[in-house]
Design a protein around this ligand. Structure first.
Ligand code: SF4
Length: 336
């Protein structure tokens, strides 16, 4: 093993990666992270990584880590010529919309999202025809075309706040595309589905499949545990948890509380990150892997940076991007 790789292994261990990877895999990981970080400097690139990404990507290569809202903000005016987005397609599109002059790449363009894939621009136009006076409030997990047809974008961390503001001036709102998040928000705001809030039939393949009974079983074993769930989960889960929110909200809760154990009902990446960030707290595994998020690997990040191929580059038509940008900026305005 050469000295550079040895030093890189030490750096990765200091970041906490050895808690999440077997010792034998560290040499291979270190060779890749070394090369990726060298390529980043050569190509004046930054890497933005969603919290659901693999730990070796987050701890070894990322310049920005966060949920959709944080990454959208971090990407505004970033000081780099290239952004490599490690997440799913709609996130890379959002980065491109907010940075039209920069080149944005995604290591796998086919990294989709069941929520984003559930709705097209034409569906939104039809909803608007049916409910002409209702503003369209759209979860960020949607394509640029759908964002362009929307009035305001929301993320799981600001949806409640923004909806409250919108309901001050409107009786009816179209909320797309996540039916579970829409139902959870309607319950919180005491609004009726079908009259106050019009929903779309979209759902997240990861968050819709948790079993609420498992929570009760674990509560018997760990009565002081705190259970947190992402707001993309169905209400049968939400009714049984202590806290519902975005991934950043959940991390804040862990930081500010002292439960005996924490159960995070979301994609597995968050639990891994939490275990590294809070080594003295105890976590109970109750997670599922997102097949789209996990398409991104160190190998395909390296290839993307090395070759900068058009098959990995994100392009958004100017007319769509300018309309989508307005609805994203409206979110920043409402959320601040
Ligand atoms: S976890 Fe669900 S919402 Fe997030 S990218 Fe995967 S499929 Fe989409």
């Amino acid at each position: 093993m050469n000295a550079d790789i040895g030093n890189e292994i030490l750096r990765l261990k200091e970041k906490g990666l050895s808690k999440l990877c077997v010792e034998e895999s560290l040499e291979k990981i270190a060779a890749l992270t070394l090369e990726i970080n060298k390529l980043k400097k050569e190509k004046k690139a930054v890497i933005a990584a969603h919290v659901y990404q693999r730990p070796e990507i987050i701890l070894g290569t990322a310049d920005f880590v966060g949920d959709s809202y944080k990454l959208a903000k971090d990407c505004v005016g970033v000081d780099a010529e290239i952004i490599v987005f490690c997440g799913v397609n709609f996130m890379a599109e959002t980065a491109k919309i907010l940075n039209p002059k920069k080149r944005v790449f995604i290591p796998r363009k086919d990294a989709g999202c069941s929520l984003s894939d559930s709705i097209k621009a034409e569906d939104v136009r039809n909803l608007k025809k049916n409910y002409p006076s209702a503003p369209v409030v759209t979860y960020i997990n949607t394509s640029a075309d759908v964002k362009a047809e929307s009035d305001v974008i929301v993320t799981s961390s600001n949806a409640e706040k923004i909806l409250r503001k919108i309901f001050e001036k409107n009786k009816q709102v179209i909320f797309i595309p996540d039916k579970y998040m829409g139902k959870n928000l309607a319950d919180k705001l005491n609004k009726k589905i079908g009259t106050d809030i019009i929903l779309w039939d979209g759902s997240c393949v990861v968050h819709e499949k948790f079993d609420p009974e498992i929570i009760s079983d674990y509560r018997k074993k760990y009565p002081d545990m705190m259970v947190m769930a992402h707001s993309e989960c169905p209400s049968e889960i939400i009714k049984k948890v202590d806290f519902m929110g975005s991934t950043s909200d959940m991390l804040k809760q862990i930081e500010n509380t002292n439960a005996s154990h924490y159960m995070l009902i979301t994609e597995c990446g968050l639990g891994e990150l939490a275990a590294v960030k809070y080594p003295n707290k105890k976590f109970i595994a109750m997670c599922r892997l997102c097949p789209y998020m996990k398409m991104i690997t160190l190998e395909n990040i390296k290839d993307t940076l090395l070759n900068l191929k058009s098959e990995n580059e994100i392009f958004v038509e100017e007319s769509v991007a300018s309309k989508a940008k307005k609805s994203i900026e409206k979110m920043f305005e409402f959320a601040e």
